[in-house]
Design a protein around this ligand. Sequence first.
Ligand SMILES: Nc1ncnc2c1ncn2[C@@H]1O[C@H](COP(=O)(O)OP(=O)(O)OP(=O)(O)O)[C@@H](O)[C@H]1O
Ligand SMILES: [Mg+2]
Length: 294
Amino acid sequence: MRGLHKRYGDIHALRGIDLDVEAGEVFALLGPNGAGKSTTVEILEGHRGATSGTVRVMGMDPATSGREYRDRIGIVLQHSGIEDELSVREALEMYASVYADPADPDEVLAQVGLGEQADQRVKRLSGGQQRRIDLALGLIGRPDVLFLDEPTTGFDPAARRRSWELIAGLRSLGVTILLTTHYMDEAQQLADRVAVIVAGEIVAGGTPVQLMEAAGETAISFRTEPGSSLEGLPLVDAVVSTTSVTVRTMAPTTVLHELTGWALSRDIELHELSVTRPTLEDVYLQLAETEVEP
Ligand SMILES: Nc1ncnc2c1ncn2[C@@H]1O[C@H](COP(=O)(O)OP(=O)(O)OP(=O)(O)O)[C@@H](O)[C@H]1O
Ligand SMILES: [Mg+2]
């Protein structure tokens, strides 16, 4: 995507999005409600037109490429509208029939953990089970590129883990995956790279590790014995409370070395010594507060 803008009347939903997703990669779009994630994904799917800018997926323009494009992509919309009088298997067979080279419906149902519900009507499924059907419909065409808009919202923890395995498995088959999610652990677990969209603009991007490193400081903390002296503690900017000492640093290896050296030389035990990095969620929360000019 280059210089992508999308206006809905007065709402300027996308304000110049540049995005590159490499073949074979899992890419996660993160951002608060209304940031423009679904709009971005739906433009890539060919479901919406952009106001301006260019989009190419596998060399094709989703807005004008027809069957040839749709045959190669799979889609899980944020809100799907499948016919809920059908049985689970019938729904899958119906979607399979529009693809040139579909997967076996029963195999896909087993993959998403709906094997036992194959003959049940879609409308009788629980919320999380309906979401699994959506995922199955995204997979039925054996896509080269898969778009997943909040694929695991409403899943129980076990179902989320299973779909992570499924997504990792698709990645190992070479499927390119663009997903959106509000779960930072999901992004951290699955994504090769992420981009954070706030109010229609990309405010940060990179691998999860790069984002966490850019956010910087590692916290090192430990608890001290009552009455023990911190004399000679090499950590000048340590925050000392009544029960613990915490230092934030960009150079954790050096600081840990100094700290443990100090403790060993004085025969001091560092209780509950911990080294914690900012999580992707910490980083995200900082970024999501980024002010953007209206
Ligand atoms: N069909 C539409 N008509 C008018 N405005 C729309 C339409 N679709 C989206 N918008 C607006 O565009 C902006 C971006 O919406 P979008 O659905 O892309 O956000 P999102 O990042 O997917 O949010 P969420 O996390 O809640 O799914 C919002 O301000 C939304 O109100
Ligand atoms: Mg959305």
